[in-house]
Ligand binder design. Structure first.
Ligand SMILES: CC(C)(COP(=O)(O)OP(=O)(O)OC[C@H]1O[C@@H](n2cnc3c(N)ncnc32)[C@H](O)[C@@H]1OP(=O)(O)O)[C@@H](O)C(=O)NCCC(=O)NCCS
Length: 181
């Protein structure tokens, strides 16, 4: 049972033990791979989070609100969806695919009530592990130019800018970052 979801504090009892999620180190948050059976729930999470991601242009936010069919299509086209569940419910995820250049990650999405608990951090740790396990030479991703939290995560996990910022979509400038594995 989730006891409290205020001010980013999420706590629950399991077998008599009280766990406070914000006190769990990112290394201990379990990141798993989702399957087609999770497509509805993944789509629901995108539809909750992306309308509120106001740092991005509206056309991009709309594009990020995938339907379940788009998620399944992605899975058939080489994308892996990874993330975490809390009490059975998906609370955060991202998608990744292996390219000639390495393991590319995008679309990172965390439920608003579960932010600042280390979920995105846990995903960056697993991103490296998955890349290494599959012989990728680097992790890479795009971060919105000036997005404080994204830039903070890049620094925290040893990513370096890769090339110059570019316009990924109309009016939306991103910086590509890489982390050699
Ligand atoms: C970006 C996002 C995925 C981060 O998820 P998160 O689980 O809250 O991230 P974490 O808890 O791992 O926090 C990472 C760090 O950023 C800090 N942080 C959290 N929210 C922040 C904010 N709004 N501004 C600045 N720093 C912030 C955390 O304190 C933490 O710092 P620490 O490691 O020094 O403690 C989440 O905010 C989100 O889903 N945003 C909307 C979609 C989006 O912009 N996605 C990015 C696509 S590339």
């Amino acid at each position: 049972m989730i006891l409290n979801i205020t001010l980013g504090v999420i706590a629950w009892y399991e077998e008599g033990v009280l766990t406070v999620m914000s006190e769990l180190p990112a290394e201990e948050i379990r990141v798993i791979e989702f399957t087609e059976a999770d497509a509805e729930e993944i789509s629901e999470l995108f539809k909750q989070v992306w309308p509120l991601a106001l740092e991005y242009p509206e056309h991009w936010r709309k594009k990020r609100m995938y339907s379940p069919e788009q998620v399944i299509d992605d899975m058939h086209n080489g994308y892996h969806y990874f993330g975490s569940r809390l009490q059975g419910r998906i609370v955060g995820l991202y998608k990744a695919r292996i390219t000639d250049e390495g393991l590319f990650g995008e679309h990172q999405t965390v439920r608003p009530e579960c932010r600042s608990t280390g979920l995105a951090s846990a995903m960056y740790i697993q991103f490296a592990e998955y890349g290494r396990a599959h012989g990728c030479i680097r992790n890479y991703c795009n971060i919105l130019v000036g997005q404080e939290i994204g830039e903070k995560l890049m620094k925290k996990y040893g990513f370096k800018p890769w090339g110059e910022p570019y316009e990924q979509a109309e009016g939306m400038f991103v910086q590509r970052y890489e982390r050699l594995l």
